[in-house]
Each structure stands twice: as C-alpha cells, then as structure tokens.
Design a protein around this ligand. Sequence first.
Ligand code: F1P
Length: 355
Amino acid sequence: MANHTLQEILSQPAAWETVITMMENETGDSKKYPNGYTTDGHQTAQAIFIGCGTSFYLAQSAASIYSKITDVPSRAAPASEVFLFPDSLFAGEPERYQPFLISRSGETTEVLWAAKYIHEHYGIYVNGITCRPGSELLGLADHSFIIPAADEKSVVMTRSFSSMLLLIQYLASLNSEDREFRGELHKLPEIGSSLIKKYKDLPDAIVNEKEILHYVYLGQGPFYGLANESMLKVKEMSLSSSQAYHTLEFRHGPKSMINENMLVTFLFSEMGFESEINVLKEVKKLGARTLSICEEADSVITEYSDYVVELNSGLSDYARLILYMPVTQLLGFNAATAKKMDPDAPANLSQVVTL
Ligand code: F1P
C-alpha cells in the first residue's frame, strides 16, 4: 500500500502554515474585495460558495463562516445548481452576487461549466480556489487562490479540504479586517500538530474495538459542512454506510436506526453546546456508541461518550473548525484498513470527476 492518504492527513498542519504565509501577502487582493461590495462597486447581495463533493461540503462551512465574519450573507451550492437552476441561485440582481468556485483539481466538469455559465449569463467576477497550478479553472476565473502545498496524490480529499477552508477563513478575516479572528487562525498549525500527535491512534482503536456497521456525524452551523465531509470520508474510503445531520435534526426520525453497531460522532460547538449534549444523552441511552469531539469535555460528555477528543484550543467556534478533521479523516482511513481495503484506491472513484 502506498499510504498517500495517511501521509496527507498527518501533514495537514504544514499545509496550513503555507496557507497562512500565502494569505499574509494577500493584502493587495483583499482591497479588491472590500467587505460588502463586488469588484465593480455594487453592494454585495450574497457571496455564493460553489463546489462538488468534498468541495461542496467545504462550501457549506465556508458560507457559514463568511456570513458571520464579514456580515455578507453567504450560501453554498453544488456547482450543478448554477447551470441547472440558475434563477433560484442568482435571483434578483445577478451583478450583486460574488461567486467563489472551489475545486482541488480545478478540472471538475460541473465547476468549469458553472464558471462559464456565470460569465456568459451574468458577466460577473468569478473567484477560483484550487490546489492545482495550471488547471482549467485558473483560465476561467477572474482571480484565483492556489495552494499547491495542499494538493494530493490521493483520490480522497483530506488536507486540501482543511487548507482551502482555512484560506476562506483567512480571506473573511481580511475582508472584514477582523484581526482578532486572524490571530486565532495563526494558532491552528501548532495546535493541529499536537492534536494529531495526541489522537492519531484513537480512530484505529475505535474501529477495532467492536464492529461498526453504520457511521453518523452530527454538527450545527459551520460544523454541519464538517459533519458532511466526515460522512463522505468514511463512505469513500471504507464503503461503509454513513450519514450526516444537523445535530438536533437527528432526533426527528433518523434516531430510529440507532443500535449498538452505530457510531455517532458529535462535532460539539460552544454556541449550541447545551442543546447538543441533550442529543448525546439521548443517543447514548438508545444504545449507540458515541465519539465526542469538543473544545472541553464536561461531566455529561465524559459520562455519555465512549470516546472523547478534547481540542483545548482556546479558539472560537468559527476559528477552530479544521482541528476537528484529522480525527474524522483517520476514522475513514482506519475503517478502510480494518476492512482490508486500500484507502488510496477507493472503489468506483477517480481523482477528478468529469462528465
Ligand atoms: C471533488 C471530488 C471529491 C471526491 C473525488 C473526486 O473534486 O468530487 O469530492 O472525493 O476525489 O473529486 P474537486 O472539484 O475538488 O477537484
């Protein structure tokens, strides 16, 4: 086995360092996008973060962060929606929208079609975010951010996800001139490295303790995109059944599937903490195994969780997001190795999906 995926998961903090260094020198471009205005001076109605697969889930967390940090209302959409249902996405005055197209490869067909559609029909400025120099997206976008250090040999996206999300967090801090938030982002690589050291063997222990037949990931707000991405990791690498929900939504039907072979992973926020721990209690009482990833465990988390990951980062909800990912990515990786599958070669998938 080549182990590209494992190496890419473990090397994330170094890629985050690169993003921070790159964005520190991005002040010129941040002036191009003053908070609340498009490049041609229109007041921004909405920022739209667009991608496919992992990059779409990234867009979900990005939109939540960008709205909160810049005050520009933001949403996420799969790239196919741009050309299949454009009227609902770009309702009103299209010139007041700011699209961000996200794609590790910069070659995914729907993303390229979306870029072309936006140019041809609305003539507005397209921002590209990718990891691959020389990709077709770069030729179509009016301005691009490229992170070659986060690119991957693997089919499955791991460090590219966290690095492109960090880039958008940083961009939000530049556009809103939020220095406090930016200061928090600078701490991520160091905290990430020590968390990886501390918890890198836990996912292997979890998957080998007792058979898991079903994985569930729960998160609210900016954590919902992370829950979806964690769900995709275990699905892609280990072909296991997995689902993601907003934490409180899990109580409205899906909890009926709980049994002892289900692992429910909680991505705890501080904003929603009190409500989220009530779901943890209920899920545990109904018989699921539980993994809690949280800033700091209280007595309820300790009592009702089979496994606990404490971040102890001292960072706010919107800043510390990417610290949750190495453990859930490793869960996907170890779920695959436990089933004697090669995480570097997932079934039916290729690095770039073209139509
Ligand atoms: C996104 C994507 C991934 C998927 C697979 C193929 O590509 O669909 O979500 O895991 O690796 O690519 P991209 O547009 O970000 O390159």
